[in-house]
Ligand binder design. Structure first.
Ligand code: AMP
Ligand code: ZN
Length: 437
């Protein structure tokens, strides 16, 4: 792979000690700002941090208590605000995937720093000013849309601010402007393929080369399916609104997990039960400290995302360590008849079955005292032209493979394409009706 490009080579390839020097310096700056925020004034005082002078080394970060989503909610709307309201130029909120939204504030300088990380992320994938970038994430309070938009403009790409939804128009835009790079959720991208024929558009009429996929969990098999279907390279993009959205970690041209931009974020992996810090390579909860946002400092934030850190060097020459893809959440684990199941395990299995199309849903309901799990999947339409016996055989195969992975035998329903509900943003993959009981 020769197309290794850098946005800021010096920092992207800096040695560990240089990165740590930047981290320490920025952490002190963030602590200074944090002491202006009501929440942190109390928190930091409690642990004897009264000024940046009390942060002598990066180890002192560990004196700062973890922050959680509940802290953000309980201190809504201004408990984390560390600057005069007049200095704030933008707010964003989380999409509320897991509950009521939380708010973040940015000064002009914060926004500039965040935009730079997005430009860096884009360039790391080999994309550049020659590309046409169609941003299919929703614009507005959600950070996904505006974040990448400004990053792409900074790189000098031609930006099509398409936003989410309206698939027919999206395809038209791709065709008319010969879009080369998409920013989109993986589930929506998988869905679009089934629509191309309806619109009378072939892949050959498009000019797609890359997709930045993120905002929701997806498996390596889902990525492969996207790459095979569209004949493109798909790069995993990770972020969360509490950390300014996308641009926390991004894959480079080697697509071998995601470089965390460590001059801007300190990443720790902890045991989510005990809070203990885990060594590199071990899976646990991702904890992030934002080093570039002064309007609203957030340190040691428990993301509830599960992943691990790679330490081997990457062939691209970047020294920033890589985060594995998100392997699940500490809070999306389903317990079905006493067995722990992550939806990502189910996706992993069904996406490697070639007859399975692009949409699926996981249903859990009560069946007497027991739980019943049903996995509903759409098949490619050509499957329905075959014999019923063949469909039954396939159903049994999916069931077997699922039970080998999750250790319980789910019911499997096979559907023609277009039957299951489609989301144009984040897919609703799990319907757990037990919760409503
Ligand atoms: P939001 O704050 O609405 O942007 O949601 C952030 C959450 O979306 C993260 O904490 C992750 O759980 C999930 N997410 C974002 N990007 C990815 C990704 N590339 N892979 C898996 N999950 C992701
Ligand atoms: Zn790399």
């Amino acid at each position: 792979m020769s197309d290794v490009r850098y946005w800021n080579k010096e920092i992207e390839t800096a040695g560990r000690s240089e990165i740590e020097t930047v981290q320490l310096d920025r952490l002190r700056g963030i602590v200074t700002s944090a002491l202006n925020a009501p929440f942190y004034k109390k928190q930091l005082c409690k642990v004897g941090i009264n000024s940046a002078e009390d942060i002598k080394s990066l180890d002192d970060l560990r004196r700062i208590p973890f922050a959680e989503k509940d802290d953000l909610r309980q201190n809504y709307p201004k408990g984390f605000l560390a600057v005069e309201p007049g200095e704030v130029v933008r707010i964003h909120t989380s999409s509320g995937t897991t509950g009521i939204p939380t708010v973040i504030y940015l000064t002009a300088a914060d926004l500039n720093a965040a935009t730079d990380l997005l430009a860096r992320s884009i360039v790391a994938t080999g994309a550049g000013r020659e590309d046409v970038f169609q941003n299919m994430m929703s614009y507005g309070l959600f950070t996904g849309g505006l974040g990448l938009h400004y990053g792409a403009e900074r790189v000098g790409m031609m930006v099509i601010p398409a936003g989410g939804g309206n698939t027919k128009r999206q395809v038209q835009l791709m065709k008319d402007f010969q879009t080369t790079v998409l920013h989109i959720t993986p589930s929506y991208l998988l869905h679009i393929d089934s629509k191309l024929a309806d619109y009378g558009v072939t892949l050959e009429q498009l000019n797609l080369k890359k997709a930045f996929i993120g905002a929701e969990p997806h498996s390596e098999n889902a990525r492969c399916k996207i790459e095979d279907t569209y004949r493109i390279d798909a790069y995993n993009s990770y972020g969360l609104s509490e950390m300014n959205g996308p641009g926390v970690a991004f894959e480079c041209v080697y697509k071998n997990d995601l470089h965390v931009w460590e001059d801007a974020y300190i990443v720790e992996i902890i045991d989510s039960e005990t809070g203990q810090i885990l060594p590199d390579g071990q899976e646990g909860e991702v904890v992030l400290t934002n080093l570039i946002r002064h309007a609203m400092p957030l340190m040691r934030y428990r993301t509830r995302d599960l992943a691990f850190i790679h330490t081997e060097p990457c062939k691209c020459g970047r020294s920033h360590r890589r985060l594995s893809r998100i392997l699940g959440r500490t809070d999306d684990m389903l317990i079905i008849n006493g067995v722990n199941v992550f939806p990502s395990q189910i996706e992993e299995v069904i996406m490697r079955i070639p007859e399975v199309g692009t949409n699926y849903q996981i249903y859990i309901e009560k069946d007497g005292v027991l739980d019943r799990l049903t996995v509903k999947v759409e098949l490619y339409s050509k499957m329905f032209l075959g014999e019923a016996k063949q469909i039954e055989k396939l159903k049994a195969k999916i069931r077997e493979e699922l039970s080998a992975s999750i250790t319980i035998k789910p019911a499997v329903e096979l559907h023609e394409p277009g039957i299951l509900p489609v989301s144009e943003g984040k897919a609703v993959r799990v319907v757990d009706s037990r919760k409503q009981l």
